[in-house]
Design a protein around this ligand. Structure first.
Ligand code: ZN
Length: 202
């Protein structure tokens, strides 16, 4: 679950990500203080920093968005939490910031639904990509998934809340012609890789 700082309560006994969405850039400075206070508690259920990022369509002034995003990158590094990125029409900016700050934590782009050339550039810059059901239903989505190394892939239900994560896995296993159990193991491995969790013994 995704907790938006200043808006949502922190859940008990459930994994979550914590971040300031680019849509909340106006209140960003204040929320950053709340966010660091929450991070200091070292809650083991706090898995990701995010969603954070840059949204050219709905996010307000680009400069402020970039600053807010960079502040969260610093928190991600300081508290050793991977980053979950919300990015709309600002991939160049996000890639530029990654190159500039050279983070050690993994960066996952959530809801990726763009062209293969953008996916390729992101992959070349070490990003992980998370795909939703609706995207995988498009011809472009099929191509992008096929061209992404499986070790860089995540799946999500965010782009279609009426499907279950199992349905997304099913669809992906058809596209990739991989047995569903094998696919789930591979993605679980990625989760462990990114979060630092211990890999299960099968
Ligand atoms: Zn998002």
């Amino acid at each position: 679950m995704n907790v938006i700082v200043g808006k949502d309560a922190i859940p008990e006994d459930r994994d979550y990500s914590l971040g300031i969405h680019p849509w909340s850039v106006e209140e960003g400075e204040l929320l950053l203080q709340d966010m660091e206070r929450a991070l200091k508690k070292e809650d083991k259920h706090l898995v990701f920093i995010g969603e954070c990022g840059i949204d050219r369509i709905k996010g307000g002034a680009m400069r402020s968005q970039e600053e807010l995003f960079e502040s969260q990158v610093f928190l991600s590094e300081k508290y050793h939490k991977p980053l979950m990125i919300h990015c709309v029409k600002a991939y160049n900016e996000v890639i530029h910031i990654k190159k500039k700050l050279n983070p050690t934590q993994p960066w996952v782009v959530h809801g990726f639904n763009r062209k293969g050339t953008i996916a390729k550039t992101l992959l070349e810059n070490g990003f992980y990509l998370s795909f939703g059901y609706n995207f995988l239903k498009t011809q472009n989505g099929v191509e992008v998934l096929k061209n992404t190394p499986i070790s860089k892939v995540f799946f999500e239900t965010d782009d279609n809340l009426s499907v279950t994560i199992e349905e997304v896995y099913n669809l992906a296993s058809e596209i990739l012609q991989i047995n569903i159990k094998t696919l789930i193991k591979k993605i679980e491995k990625n989760v462990c890789q990114v979060t630092g969790w211990k890999e299960p013994n099968y």
